[in-house]
Design a protein around this ligand. Structure first.
Ligand SMILES: [Cu+2]
Length: 453
């Protein structure tokens, strides 16, 4: 069963594949066609029809860039340009990105291949592309002014190098870097192992952590912000509109997470322990792995972790910094917990009948009510589950593990139905007396002790 977004995603995914077929026909032209998409939905790539085989990565709310083989060289065409990104229903961001989207498309190739990447600059200023983590000639490293002159607006540069190792890498500008990354310019570069039997997985997910500061009612990020961001995204997408990670029970699953924000993000997944199997430096040998349930992704780094999907259910996956699972919010609000504002509310209501005192019993009411919000923003807490509001935003999604999902099926299976007797329930009987500890033997500093004297 596909919902609207997956139909859209699938449709445009098929379009991207047509574009790929079309680009194969133009292989003898000078410049490969630059595929583009306006879809913010996950587009599941098909297996490569040409070049060495690999099991493609599924980029959450993203896509993989079509390529063409030119002899033995795999050719891509990246276009740096202004884009509009639908971060969530009701929220558009005017960003800079690649080939129609921010974050940019994922590049996928195979260890040992030679790649030729055409980069066309349609930005109003110069740019460059740095290939984070890849081992390549100094002149291909993409640091504007150091490795080569920056790419002027309107010009196309070519990067060409051999992929000497497999792993998860990233690309981003190294020219006016602070501005261009704050505007959303980044993407993933996946190099698959030459040997398909090396660390195979059934499902291979990838996403980039990206943070923006976009005031409610506006569209362009405040590029000078250094710490106080208000939109914490996975691939420039926020909950409740980050697609779920759909998995069939028994699958071996890899999740690759890259961090191009300015702070660390402890990514926590419920229901499992897992092992970190890769960094942007390479694969982690089995003897050096240990079990985790959260993995901190440092700034400018990537981690890949793996698990066997043996536990059915709906399992939250999120950044464990609780402010990073919120959408646009102010941080300079006083705490009202424990304050009785009833009399104040009555007084204000005489002048402003709609006024409600909020926050006196926590802020969960924010998740349920539909307050009027400015144009082009999203509520701070959002998302409804089968049992009520999820009260989440930002960097949050759900790993959905179900029995018998077809290998290529990533469509949302709906909410998990917990088997009878396996769900927390309300107790309505007598409560046992709760334990207290008033024994003098266990009180280290007795009340009325000597200090008072
Ligand atoms: Cu975070």
């Amino acid at each position: 069963m596909m919902n609207r977004r997956q139909l859209l995603g699938a449709g445009i995914g098929a379009g991207a594949m047509l574009a790929s077929a079309a680009s194969a026909q133009t292989r003898f032209r000078d410049l490969p066609e630059a595929a583009t998409t306006d879809s913010p939905y996950t587009q599941v790539p098909g297996r490569p029809g040409t070049g060495p085989d690999y099991n493609p990565v599924v980029t959450l709310n993203g896509w993989s860039l079509p390529f063409r083989m030119n002899g033995n060289v795999k050719e891509f065409h990246l276009v740096a340009e202004p884009v509009e990104r639908i971060m969530a229903d009701g929220m558009i961001a005017r960003l800079w990105g690649y080939n129609g989207q921010s974050t940019g498309p994922t590049l996928e190739a195979v260890e040992g291949e030679r790649v030729r990447i055409y980069v066309t600059n349609r930005l109003p200023e110069h740019t460059s592309v740095h290939w984070h983590g890849l081992i390549l000639p100094s002149g291909m490293d993409g640091v504007g002014g150091l490795s080569h002159p920056a790419i002027p607006p309107g010009k196309t540069f070519v990067y060409e190098f051999d992929l000497t190792k497999s792993g998860t890498f990233m690309y981003h500008p190294h020219a006016d870097e602070m501005v261009q990354m704050a505007m959303g310019m980044m993407g993933l570069f996946i190099v698959h192992p030459r040997d398909p039997a090396f660390m195979p997985v059934d499902r291979d997910f990838a996403f980039l952590l990206a943070a923006y500061d976009i005031d409610p009612g506006t569209y362009v990020p405040r590029i000078m912000e250094m710490t106080d961001f208000n939109l914490w995204t996975w691939n420039s997408r926020i909950f409740p509109d980050i697609d779920p990670l759909v998995v069939s029970k028994g699958d071996r699953v890899r999740v690759r997470v890259g961090n191009l924000t300015m702070t660390n993000h402890p990514i926590h997944m419920h229901g499992y322990d897992f092992e970190v199997t890769g960094t942007d430096g390479g694969w982690v040998p089995e003897s050096a792995r240990w079990p985790e349930v959260s993995i901190d992704i440092p700034v400018g780094a990537m981690r890949a972790y793996e698990f066997d999907a043996v536990h059915e259910g709906d399992w939250a996956i999120h950044c464990h910094k609780s402010h990073h699972t919120m959408n646009a919010m102010g941080h300079d609000i006083p705490t009202f917990i424990g304050t009785d504002k009833r009399r104040l509310s009555r007084m204000i209501n005489r002048h402003q009948p709609g006024y409600m005192a909020m926050g006196t019993a926590g802020m969960a009411d924010m998740g349920e009510m539909s307050m009027e919000i400015p144009d082009n923003t999203v509520p701070m807490m959002a998302g409804w589950g089968p049992y009520g509001p999820l009260e989440m935003g930002g960097m949050f999604s759900v790993v959905k593990v179900r029995d018998g999902i077809a290998p290529d099926d990533y469509s949302d299976p709906g909410w998990y139905e917990n088997p009878p007797g396996t769900q927390a329930w309300e107790w309505t009987g007598e409560l046992p007396e709760h334990a207290t500890n008033t024994s003098p033997a266990t009180i280290l500093t007795p009340r009325g002790g000597k200090r008072q004297g």
